[in-house]
Design a protein. Structure first.
Length: 568
C-alpha cells in the first residue's frame, strides 16, 4: 500500500489497534533495522497484515472486495486494456453513469488514480482487492496474449538460431517479411519491447549488444534504465525483425539506416505509437535506437510546463504580439518542442492561420496546419517557410533554424507582419543572439525582429514519496541563500516511481525579453556575457535562479539540478 508511515501510525492508534507505546517500539526497531513501519509492527507481532489492512481501509472508507466470485460484466472489465490493467494492478468491476468502480491492489496510489481518471474519462471509485485476485481476474476477462515480457524472456532459453529448427527461428541471412512470421517468439518479443516502453512513458528504446549479452534500455524522464538482458543468440533475429517492421534492408549490416515503424500495423492492442528507427553497426552487432512518437499524446498547457507565475505572465504577453520572432533554445531533449506546442495551443483561434514545419511532427494539434519536412528530397525548413508565406499565415512555427538561408527567411517573415516561433541549439538566452549573427543575420535585423528568447532545460520531478532533510552548509552555499532554511527534499523511491525517487519532469526557464537597451547591445555586437548582464539587471531570472526556486518548492532536488544546469 502506498501510504506513509506517519499516516499509518495515526490510523492504527486512532482505530485502537495499537497503543502509542507499541508504535514507539516499532519506530525504534525501524530506526535500527530500516524498512517500513508496517513490517516492524508485524515483526513485533503487535498485529498481522490482515488486521492492519482492515484498519486502514476502514479508516479511509475504502471497500474490500473478494474478486473470485464477484460478477463483472465483460464490457466493464475490458474498459481498460490488459496492459494497463497489469501496469496499474487494477481491473474495472462496475460502472454507473460516469462513476467507475475499480478493484486495485493499491487504492491509495493517487498517481495511478489520476492516470485512470485521465485515461478513462470517468470518476474513479477504488476498492481494495489482493494482487493475485486481480491478476486472475485480468486473465479471465483478457484471455488473449497472456504472455508477459518476462514470460517471453524465459522462453528464449528454447530459442534456436540455427536453420535446422523449424519453429521460432529466423534465418538471418535469408529472412524476408513472410519468413519472419514463422518466428512467433521473436515477433512477440519485439512487440512486448515496444509496448512496455509505451506504458512506461519512455521516449527512446536502445537495443545494444556485447559479446555475452544483448541489453534493452528505456529512456524515461531523460535517464536510461536497463529493462531487459537477453542472450546474445537472439540479437540477429531481434534486429532483423525491427528492420522488417521499419522497411529497412536486413541484408545491409555495414551501413547505418533510418526508418519508421507504424506500430498499429503490427498489433491489435490500443498502443498507437510511431517509432523513428535508427540502426548503427557496432563491434558486436547492429545497435537499434527507436524514438517513440505518441501521436495522440496530450500536449501540456503553459501552466503545466513549470513556468513560474511572473515568467508565465510575461511569456503570455509576448506570444500575443502581432508580429516578431520568439526563440526557444537549449540542447536536444530540453523540452523546446513541447513548450512551442503549448504556446501554439494557447494562441490558436478560429480566426488565426497557424502553419508549422516540423521534423518530425511530434504532436498533432487540432486546427493547426502541420507540415513534415523531408530534407532528403529538398523539402527543407527554408523551402517550407517560403511556401508558407504564400499561404496567408498569421503564425508560423519553424522546427529549427539550422542555416543562414532559414534564418534570413525567418527574420524577413517576422518583419513582414508574422509571428514566428523557432528553436536554436544554444546554452542560454544571450548566446542565441550571438548564434544568429554568427550565422550571418545582420544585428539590426535580429534586434528588430526578436521579441524574446526562452532558454530551457528539463529536470526530473520528485515523486510524491520524497522525504524531507536538513540542508548542509555546502548545499546552502550552492543555493546562494542564507540560512535558515528549515528543510529541503530528496528522492526516496517507491513502486510508483520504480524506486527511482522521481516521476515525470519539470521545465527550468530563462526568459529574456528584448528591450531597447538590449536592442542597442545587439546592434553594437556586444558579447553574450554583456547581453546577459543587461538582461539580468532588467529582471531576467537565469536558469540557475529558476532552478533554486524549484528546489525550495520541493519540486526537484539539488542532485538533479546540478546534473542539468550550470552555475551562473
Amino acid at each position: 500500500m502506498d501510504i506513509s508511515d506517519k499516516k499509518m501510525e495515526e490510523i492504527l492508534t486512532s482505530q485502537g489497534l495499537l497503543t502509542p507505546e507499541q508504535i514507539q517500539s516499532a519506530r525504534d526497531l525501524q530506526k535500527k533495522e530500516g524498512g517500513s513501519l508496517k513490517q516492524k509492527i508485524i515483526t513485533l507481532e503487535y498485529a498481522n497484515e490482515e488486521a492492519i489492512l482492515s484498519s486502514v481501509l476502514s479508516h479511509e472508507n475504502i471497500g474490500h472486495i473478494r474478486l473470485k466470485n464477484y460478477p463483472i460484466r465483460p464490457e466493464v472489465a475490458t474498459l481498460l486494456t490488459r496492459e494497463k490493467c497489469f501496469f496499474y494492478k487494477t481491473i474495472p468491476i462496475a460502472l454507473s453513469r460516469d462513476l467507475l468502480t475499480v478493484a486495485m491492489a493499491d487504492p491509495f496510489n493517487v498517481v495511478s488514480l489520476d492516470d485512470l481518471h485521465r485515461i478513462l474519462g470517468k470518476e474513479i471509485l477504488p476498492v481494495y482487492a489482493s494482487e493475485p485476485e486481480i491478476k486472475q481476474a485480468i486473465d479471465k476477462y483478457h484471455p488473449h496474449d497472456r504472455m508477459t515480457i518476462s514470460d517471453v524472456v524465459e522462453k528464449l532459453e528454447t530459442f534456436d538460431d540455427s536453420a535446422e529448427t523449424p519453429t521460432m527461428v529466423v534465418d538471418l541471412e535469408k529472412a524476408q517479411g513472410d519468413e519472419d512470421e514463422k518466428s512467433p517468439l521473436v515477433v512477440m518479443l519485439t512487440n512486448k519491447i515496444i509496448e512496455e516502453a509505451y506504458h512506461q512513458n519512455a521516449s527512446d528504446i536502445h537495443i545494444e549488444h556485447q559479446e555475452a549479452r544483448t541489453t534493452v534500455r528505456y529512456r524515461v524522464d531523460g535517464n536510461l534504465r536497463e529493462a531487459l538482458v537477453l542472450p546474445p543468440k537472439i540479437k540477429n533475429a531481434l534486429v532483423a525483425r525491427f528492420k522488417i517492421m521499419s522497411n529497412l534492408d536486413i541484408a545491409e549490416k555495414r551501413l547505418p539506416q533510418d526508418g519508421r515503424i507504424l506500430y498499429k500495423k503490427f498489433t491489435k492492442t490500443d498502443v498507437d505509437v510511431d517509432l523513428r528507427v535508427s540502426t548503427m553497426p557496432t563491434a558486436w552487432g547492429e545497435k537499434v535506437v527507436m524514438r517513440l512518437l505518441t501521436k495522440h499524446h496530450k500536449s501540456p498547457t503553459l501552466e503545466e510546463l513549470g513556468l513560474l507565475p511572473d515568467t508565465l505572465e510575461i511569456y503570455r504577453k509576448i506570444i500575443r504580439k502581432p508580429w516578431g520572432m520568439i526563440l526557444h533554445v537549449g540542447p536536444t531533449g530540453s523540452g523546446k518542442s513541447t513548450a512551442l506546442y503549448a504556446a501554439l495551443a494557447e494562441i490558436n483561434k478560429p480566426d488565426v492561420n497557424v502553419q508549422t514545419a516540423e521534423d518530425p511532427i511530434e504532436y498533432t494539434l487540432a486546427g493547426i496546419n502541420q507540415t513534415q519536412v523531408h530534407p532528403d528530397i529538398g523539402f527543407t525548413f527554408a523551402r517550407a517557410l517560403r511556401g508558407f508565406l504564400r499561404q496567408d499565415p498569421d503564425v508560423i512555427l519553424v522546427g529549427e533554424i539550422r542555416d543562414l538561408e532559414t534564418a534570413k527567411i525567418a527574420t524577413e517573415a517576422a518583419l513582414t507582419g508574422h509571428l514566428l516561433f523557432s528553436t536554436l541549439h544554444t546554452n542560454d538566452a544571450a548566446q542565441s543572439v550571438t548564434r544568429l549573427t554568427e550565422m550571418g543575420v545582420e544585428p539590426f535585423l535580429a534586434s528588430a525582429t526578436l521579441l524574446g528568447v526562452c532558454a530551457q532545460r528539463l529536470a526530473r520531478r520528485l515523486c510524491h514519496c520524497k522525504q524531507k532533510y536538513e540542508p548542509t552548509p555546502a548545499e546552502l552555499a550552492l543555493l546562494a541563500i542564507p540560512p535558515p532554511i528549515p528543510f529541503l527534499y530528496k528522492p526516496r523511491g517507491c513502486p510508483a516511481c520504480r524506486k527511482t525517487g522521481y516521476k515525470g519532469r519539470i521545465g527550468l526557464y530563462e526568459l529574456m525579453v528584448i528591450t531597447d537597451e538590449l536592442k542597442q547591445a545587439i546592434n553594437e555586437r556586444r558579447p553574450a556575457t554583456i547581453v546577459k548582464q543587461i538582461a539580468v539587471s532588467q529582471g531576467m531570472r537565469t536558469l540557475a535562479q529558476d532552478s533554486v526556486q524549484k528546489i525550495l518548492a520541493g519540486v526537484t532536488s539539488i542532485e538533479e539540478i546540478v546534473s542539468v544546469v550550470r552555475e551562473d
